[in-house]
Ligand binder design. Sequence first.
Ligand code: NAP
Length: 317
Amino acid sequence: MKAAVVTRFDQAPRFETFPLPTEIGAHEEIATVVAAGLHPRVLSQADGSHYTSTDDLPLVPGIDGVARMADGTMRYFVQSDGALGSMAEQTIVDRRRSVVLPADADPIRIAAAMNPAMSSWVALRRRIDFRPGQRVLVLGATGSAGRLAIQVARHLGADRVTAVGRGAERLAALGADVTVALDGDDDGAIAADLAEAGRDVDVVLDYLWGEPTSTALRAIVPKRADDDQPLSWVQIGSVAGADSAIPSAALRATRLQLVGSGQGSVPTRDILSELAALAVVVSGDAFSLAARAVPLERVEEAWAEAPTSRDRIVLVP
Ligand SMILES: NC(=O)c1ccc[n+]([C@@H]2O[C@H](COP(=O)([O-])OP(=O)(O)OC[C@H]3O[C@@H](n4cnc5c(N)ncnc54)[C@H](OP(=O)(O)O)[C@@H]3O)[C@@H](O)[C@H]2O)c1
C-alpha cells in the first residue's frame, strides 16, 4: 500500500510503498484511513525531535485520524507507538484507542480538530481542578490549539476567557472576552496589559513557553489582586521556545502551581477516556476550526506548507 514514508529525519516524508504488518493484536483491525491531521506533533515525530521519538526508521508519521472499519463504521483513532502511523492508505486501528463517530460526522473536521482541541480539554478536565465559573487565559491563542482552547474553556464553563498572542486584529476575531497583543513596540504597555489581564485569572493555558512565558510571569505575578488566589499555569506547547526563565519569586509570591499537560503527564487511559465526549462536541458545530484537505500523494508539499499554514492541513489518502 502507499503511505507517507520517512526514511531520513532531515527530509520530508515521501509518497511511497510501505508494507502492512502481517501480525495484528486481538483488539486491532486493519482499517482504511479516511483523513489524518498534520499537527505540529506529527512534524516533530517525522523529524525525530519529539520527546517520545526513537531513532527507528523508516516510519509512517501520523498520530491520529479517522478510519473506515470493516463493519462500515467510521472511527476516530489515536495511533499506538510503532512504525505505522495514520498517514497511509491503511493502518492498524486499536478499538480500545478509538471511538465510533456519528454517521454524518465530517472526517476532515474531526481529523483537524481532535488533537488541538484535546490539548485544552484534557488539561482542564484531567490535569488541574478546573471548575465552571473560573477565569482562563490562553497564552498563544492564534494557533489551532489556542483558538480551540478559547472555545473549549467556554464550553466547559469558564466565566471569562482572555486571548494572548500575536496580531491584534486576529486576536479580536477569536471570540475571547479580553485580548492582549504581544507584538507591539511598547514593552511597558504590553506588560501593563498582561498584568491587568492576569490580575484575577485562575488558569493559564500556555502554548508558547520561551520568552513570552517569562515576560507574562514577570508582568502578572507582582500585580495579582489577591496573592492567596490559586493560579494554575499549565504548560502545553512550546512554539516560542523549549526553555523559559521562570522568576523564582513567582513561585514564592503567589499560589502559583506550574504543571504540564501532555503525553506522559496525563495517563494514556485518562486521555482515551476523554475521546468519546470530545468527539461528540467536535462532530457538532460548537467549535470552529479552519481545515484544509490535501491528497496524501502531495505529502511533500503539505510538509513544506504546514509550519506557516493558518489552516490545519489534513491528508486524505
Ligand atoms: N500537550 C498537548 O497535549 C498538546 C496537544 C496539541 C498541541 N500541543 C502543542 O501546542 C502548540 C501549538 O499547537 P497548534 O496545533 O496550535 O500549532 P499551530 O496551529 O501551528 O499554531 C502555532 C501558533 O503559535 C504562534 N506563535 C509562534 N511563535 C510565537 C511567539 N513567539 N509568540 C506568540 N505566538 C507565537 C503562531 O502565531 P502566529 O499566528 O502569530 O504566527 C501560531 O498561531 C505546539 O507546541 C503543539 O505541539 C500540545
